[in-house]
Design a binder for this molecule. Structure first.
Ligand SMILES: [Mn+2]
Length: 252
């Protein structure tokens, strides 16, 4: 029996991440010996949001943000030298591309986020925004944006993804929905929370407090266990105030 694991983390919104929750997540991932899937919104890209450049320092702030993330990815690669790291771009990674198309289309091929982050050098496999990643030969998929949001978003998304398991980011909420298929097997949809903070500093507050429902965002990660390449089990690990229990151990 061959067992392979994949940890899914998303929506760090660096530099507005929650360092305690992220540290706990990475400690669990290290002990689980999982490969790593970064399911979008690793960067916030606040300074190229779709409302346009409002800050006179947009260029240098963007440079700081990309440098911060590139250094974090370098540390991640050093800590997990032999693991696959897969980066699925989220709508916030997509912000830079949309900004360049709107403001300086001629530089589109030159200013590529994957180049600025050095993803090839770090051997990080990446996909453009909202790629639906199939996990080996299973019917489990990881994707950034779900087909449906809201209070019952996981269930309404599950009803659209017929006979598939899905793990989504983007909603920043922790949800799980379960359905029984025609032949009696179970199907799941997970909303995988986020790893940011809405109140760690004034900057965090400024960035997130305009978003409706931000007070009910939760921290969590998921680990997919694949058996012989085709059967999958998904564990969602809830992180509460920086702490979590995984495999009988307390982290954080
Ligand atoms: Mn997000």
């Amino acid at each position: 029996m061959k067992v392979t694991k994949y940890a899914v983390i998303n929506d760090l919104h660096r530099p507005f991440h929650d360092p305690k929750a992220l540290a706990t997540a990475l400690d669990i991932i290290e002990d689980s010996e999982a490969h790593i899937i970064l399911n979008g919104d690793v960067l916030d890209m606040y300074n190229v949001n779709s409302h346009g450049p409002t800050h006179p320092l947009v260029g240098s702030l963007l440079d700081d943000e990309i440098t911060d993330t590139r250094m974090w990815l370098e540390r991640l690669r050093e800590r997990f030298p032999k693991k696959k790291i897969i980066f699925l771009f989220g709508n916030h990674e997509d912000r830079m591309e949309r900004f360049i198309i709107a403001n300086c289309k001629k530089l589109f091929k030159f200013l590529r986020l994957e180049k600025l982050l050095g993803l090839d050098e770090l051997k990080i496999e990446w996909y453009p925004y909202n790629h639906r990643l199939k996990i080996e030969n299973t019917n489990t998929y990881v994707q950034h944006s779900p087909p449906s949001y809201g209070k019952n978003g996981a269930m309404t998304s599950l009803e659209r993804d017929v006979d598939q398991n899905s793990i989504y980011g983007c909603s920043h909420r922790e949800q799980k929905a379960v359905k029984t298929g025609k032949s009696g097997e179970k199907y799941f949809c997970f909303f995988n929370g986020w790893l940011g903070s809405t109140n760690l500093s004034e900057a965090h507050t400024r960035v997130f407090h305009y978003v409706k429902g931000h007070e009910s965002w939760q921290h969590c990660i998921s680990i997919i266990t694949v058996i012989d390449g085709k059967e999958s089990f998904i564990e969602q690990i809830s992180i509460n105030n920086g702490k979590a229990v995984y495999d009988g151990h307390l982290y954080g």
